[in-house]
Design a protein around this ligand. Structure first.
Ligand SMILES: [Zn+2]
Ligand SMILES: [Zn+2]
Length: 83
């Protein structure tokens, strides 16, 4: 599926579900859904950023210049060496 379609679909689902939870007064569920959705969005959006500009915020390694021992992404801006 196209990433944009995935984002749209997930956002619609989230909007419906959170509205329902909100109406029921389930603040906690609502917050939880929000953070799950935000994480999903960050992951998806990171896919749009050219690989060479993604950078670890701790050691500043990149996809093209990873840490000497090798690393992978564990967060939007965090590599496995610094996790
Ligand atoms: Zn790092
Ligand atoms: Zn690294």
């Amino acid at each position: 599926m196209d990433p944009l379609d995935r984002i749209t679909e997930s956002s619609l689902k989230f909007a419906q579900a959170s509205r329902k939870a909100w109406a029921n007064g389930d603040d906690e569920i609502c917050n939880e859904m929000l953070s799950t959705h935000v994480n999903f969005l960050i992951d998806e959006l990171m896919g749009f950023i050219p690989k060479e500009t993604r950078k670890c915020k701790v050691c500043h390694c990149t996809e093209l210049h990873p840490c000497p021992e090798g690393c992978y992404w564990v967060g939007a801006e965090l590599c496995s060496s610094c996790a």
